[in-house]
Design a protein. Structure first.
Length: 350
């Protein structure tokens, strides 16, 4: 029996078969199945929902500065699955006393105190905790980030801090204009001291020295530029950790070049046919401008004879036979500072 029949078509296949028989149907059905699977996208199983747990904080840091414990950390911006967090993250910072650095995190968290009042700027959270309650104790700090769904991935790296009596604030430093630069001196108690400087129109201070002494000379200065200095006392807590004092009051200075070059040395005078030839050792100052040549006839006072360039030699052709001369050399820098004169050799012109 041959009757026209239609196989219901799939939306993606549009298969239409006429006059099929029991012998050809299996083949046609196979073709139809292939068309169905080839023409349509495969639909997989349901996706696993994201956990949306903020990634844990890993850069928690703390330092005692004056009467305040300053704590910093970066606010997580992605989840543990590296997905961008779109809703605000809540930070839970805690502080609690510990006997040593080997402690149980869960036990610590059960008695540690929560700290509020984070200041967040450009993704950095800052806490300021008064140290009065913790002086003489060793404390541990930890923070965890919680998403808007109430989920968190545990505590951050723990920071252990030994809290001490706040270091004494150094007095205003004393500044002195010296030939080598700016000499900074102070009197204060502390294991070490940090010197901070602001130069010219700079807005911020930068650390230029950390030392145990009570004086330091800043050789990286330029004449005519204003410099402002302040100090910070440090107490060594061991383990490369320091407690910092508050910053001292500032002191400013503008170095001025009032320092003459060194006295020229090694002056030698040799008589020539109709002249006296002078040579001496070269000065090493970078701002040397020229040399000044002095001459005296017999026992008369010395008079300026000439100004030579930076070459350490001079030829005096204005001499007379049968007379005795005394010579001296001074060095002059670009600021006009003149050195003392060299020891005068005596030359008799035959």
């Amino acid at each position: 029996m041959n009757a026209d029949k239609t196989i219901p078509s799939h939306p993606c296949s549009s298969v239409f078969i006429r006059g099929y028989s029991r012998f050809v149907f299996p083949r046609l059905a196979l073709v139809a199945a292939l068309l169905l699977t080839a023409g349509c996208g495969y639909v997989g199983g349901p996706l696993v929902p994201l956990a949306n747990v903020p990634a844990p904080v890993s850069d928690l840091a703390a330092v005692e500065r004056g009467p305040i414990l300053i704590v910093h950390c970066t606010v997580p911006t992605r989840t543990t699955e590296a997905v961008l967090i779109k809703t605000p993250v809540r930070l839970d910072l805690r502080i609690g006393a510990v006997a040593d650095e080997r402690f149980n995190g869960e036990e610590w968290a059960s008695h540690a105190k929560a700290v509020s009042g984070a200041e967040i700027h450009d993704g950095l959270a800052t806490y300021r905790i008064p140290v009065a309650e913790w002086v003489g104790q060793q404390v541990a700090l930890g923070v965890r980030a919680t998403g808007s769904n109430g989920k968190h991935d545990g505590w951050s790296n723990y920071v252990i801090v030994k809290v001490v009596t706040p270091p004494e604030v150094p007095p205003r430093p004393t500044l002195e204009n010296v030939a080598a630069g700016v000499r900074v001196t102070w009197t204060a108690r502390g294991d070490q001291f940090r010197v901070l400087r602001r130069a010219g129109k700079d807005e911020n201070f930068s650390v230029v020295a950390t030392l145990a002494a009570h004086d330091w000379t800043d050789t990286a200065t330029e004449y005519g530029t204003s410099y402002t200095y302040l100090l910070q006392a440090l107490i060594d807590l061991g383990g490369q950790k320091l407690a910092e004092s508050d910053l001292s009051e500032t002191a400013s200075i503008t170095p001025v070049d009032v320092f003459p070059p060194a006295v020229p040395s090694g002056l030698r005078a040799v008589t020539g046919l109709n002249s006296v030839e002078l040579v001496w050792e070269r000065n090493t100052e970078p701002d040397l401008a020229f040399y000044r040549v002095y001459r005296a006839l017999g026992d008369e006072p010395s008079q300026k004879l000439a100004e030579s360039n930076a070459i350490p030699s001079y030829s005096d052709a204005a001499v007379e036979h049968g007379k005795t001369y005394r010579y001296a050399i001074s060095a002059v820098d670009k600021a006009g500072n003149e050195s003392a004169r060299s020891a005068p050799p005596v030359v008799a012109v035959p």
